[in-house]
Design a binder for this molecule. Structure first.
Ligand SMILES: Nc1nc2c(c(=O)[nH]1)N[C@H]1C(S)=C(S)[C@@H](COP(=O)(O)O)O[C@H]1N2
Ligand SMILES: [Mo]
Length: 502
């Protein structure tokens, strides 16, 4: 190797790698503003990573980071991408080739990620292609000017131009993307007045004063679980719901078709199969929408149909037993409203499914656009491909919410929630330090499809105590103490907490 060929200093070389990466991502983000936010190469790679992540790792991520798992993923990706960009720059101190290879590999990865997104058309490939071209051009250009005189004013000027251009492209893409978003469409929906309203929530429906959640969960606090790194932006004017497959008549409903039907309102507790014993992924709302049983009856379900395979605007899928969705007594809904408002965008605007009694992954498709009536053999939904169960009714469970910190010794008030959808809660009992079961007071029942609150006073001398809870439903089932993991069909076991009395 000749020692007199020009060579970039390490910081300059590393910086070129980073600027080229930022330019590539900025340019791709700009194009994504036009062709669809999830085509932005960075997010496309993130989404692909989510779909490719093995189930155990995804469970770990949800358990460890909760709903922040997406922020953790994006941060991790950014750190890795920056490190690789610096490394590529450092490998290119004499010749630009290693850096150009790096940019190409990143570009092709982005292209594959966009290509395999189920919610993007071929036009979306423009985003990674422009990314690739911008990354190559910026890398080559900065490398050349820097080699010509790395501390010259010409080199400095080209660095500044590249950084400013990349930043402006990214910001413009963000502005264009959000100007097409669904928020305006949501604001234009207007009041949703149900023809049949849910009963008002009685005063005794929660024990929030003792530390339970409020009976209805405000929309902003409602738990959120989905695979969408970029929340799908679907406007009512672009939305429709098609039903097809094993039906007598294929039907496509527009937004106004649904909006102008008589609306029903139901109070339903939604809960996630990934909720560990004592976990937070459970919430309750008044959902407004139309009866899925009526929509299915209009289409006419053919004999032999087993599942309703639903697909969202971002390509996620769920399979719900026809028996649950077509039975009017279950109360399955195509929901368009939540707690008196149009659905929040992250909860599925303009429309989602809600099926009381089933975990969300087999029933609660957000941003739903397609219902295929079919068999279990013909179609395998998203989470079933990853080892979760086909049948997933919500299990009878209970949780302790209070006490949270140290309490005064004596009679201690323990409070929490319990749920047994469709069946209803018959009894909740608590036990301190393996002592006898004490029956708790129950809140006023609103519907068997919603959670119930409970409280009990238990004696506690000074020191540390363990308290556990178990629910019995009206089917006579006493919650099992057998510990089961969330995979494949929901956790079991008694929630136990410890507290200190002093
Ligand atoms: N499109 C789409 N819908 C989805 C999901 C998803 O990943 N994508 N996740 C499901 C799961 S696992 C649950 S528990 C519920 C959660 O609904 P929420 O976020 O409104 O609480 O949505 C369901 N609907
Ligand atoms: Mo879930």
């Amino acid at each position: 190797m000749s020692t007199d060929s020009p060579r970039l200093s390490a910081p300059v070389a590393g910086l070129i790698g980073v600027i080229a990466l930022v330019a590539a991502l900025g340019a791709g983000h700009l194009v994504a503003g036009f062709v669809g936010a999830s085509a932005s190469p960075f997010f496309a790679v993130g989404n692909a990573a989510i779909d490719l992540t093995p189930g155990w790792l995804k469970d770990f991520a949800v358990r460890t980071f909760g709903t922040a798992d997406k922020a953790v993923l994006l941060t991790g990706m950014a750190v890795v991408a920056l490190a690789l960009a610096v490394a590529a720059g450092l490998a290119s101190r004499r010749r630009a080739a290693p850096g150009l290879v790096f940019v190409s590999v990143v570009g092709v990865l982005g292209g594959v990620a966009v290509f395999t997104r189920p919610d993007l058309g071929q036009i979306a490939l423009l985003a990674p292609v422009v990314s690739l071209v911008a990354g190559l051009a910026v890398f080559a250009w900065l490398h050349r000017t820097a080699l010509d005189g790395q501390y010259s004013s010409a080199a400095r000027r080209s660095f500044l131009i590249a950084v400013a251009g990349a930043g402006a492209a990214g910001v413009a893409g963000e502005l264009i993307g959000t100007s097409k978003d669904a928020e305006g469409s949501r604001a234009a929906v207007g009041p949703l007045i149900p023809a049949r309203t849910a009963p008002p929530v009685p005063a005794g429906a929660d024990f929030a004063k003792f530390g339970t959640p409020s009976f209805l969960t405000p929309n902003a606090d409602f738990y959120r679980i989905d695979t969408a790194l970029v929340v799908p932006q679907v406007r009512t004017e672009d939305w429709s719901l098609r039903i097809h497959g094993m039906v007598d008549r294929e039907i496509t409903w527009s937004w106004s078709d649904i909006r102008n039907r008589p609306l029903v309102e139901r109070i339903v507790t939604l809960c996630c199969v990934s909720n560990p014993v004592g976990g937070p992924y459970i919430s309750t709302a008044r959902f407004i929408g139309v009866d899925l049983a009526e929509l299915l009856a209009e289409a006419g379900v053919a004999p032999g149909a087993e599942q309703v395979f639903s697909t969202s605007a971002d390509g996620w899928t769920a399979g719900t037993p026809v028996s649950a969705m077509a039975d009017p007594s279950v109360g399955a809904m195509l929901a368009i409203g939540m707690n008196g408002e149009p659905l929040p965008i992250e909860h599925g605007f303009p429309a989602r499914l809600v099926v009381p009694g089933l975990y969300g992954y087999v029933s609660a498709t957000k941003w739903v656009t397609d219902l295929e009536v079919t068999t279990w053999d013909a179609r395998t939904p998203y989470w079933l491909q990853r080892g979760w169960a086909e049948q997933a009714p919500v299990k009878t469970q209970s949780r302790i919410d209070a006490p949270r910190g140290p309490v005064a010794a004596g009679q201690v008030r323990v409070a929490g929630i319990a749920w047994a959808q469709h069946t209803g809660i018959d009894r909740v009992e608590v036990s301190v330090d393996d002592g006898p079961w004490v029956t708790a007071e129950l809140s006023t029942e609103v519907t068997v499809d919603a959670w119930r609150m409970w409280w009990a006073d238990v004696p506690a001398a000074r020191g540390s105590h363990a308290v556990r809870v178990r629910a019995t439903d009206r089917g006579g089932y006493i919650q099992t103490d057998r510990l089961a993991d969330v995979v494949p069909d929901g956790a079991t076991g008694w929630h136990t907490i410890t507290f200190t009395a002093r």
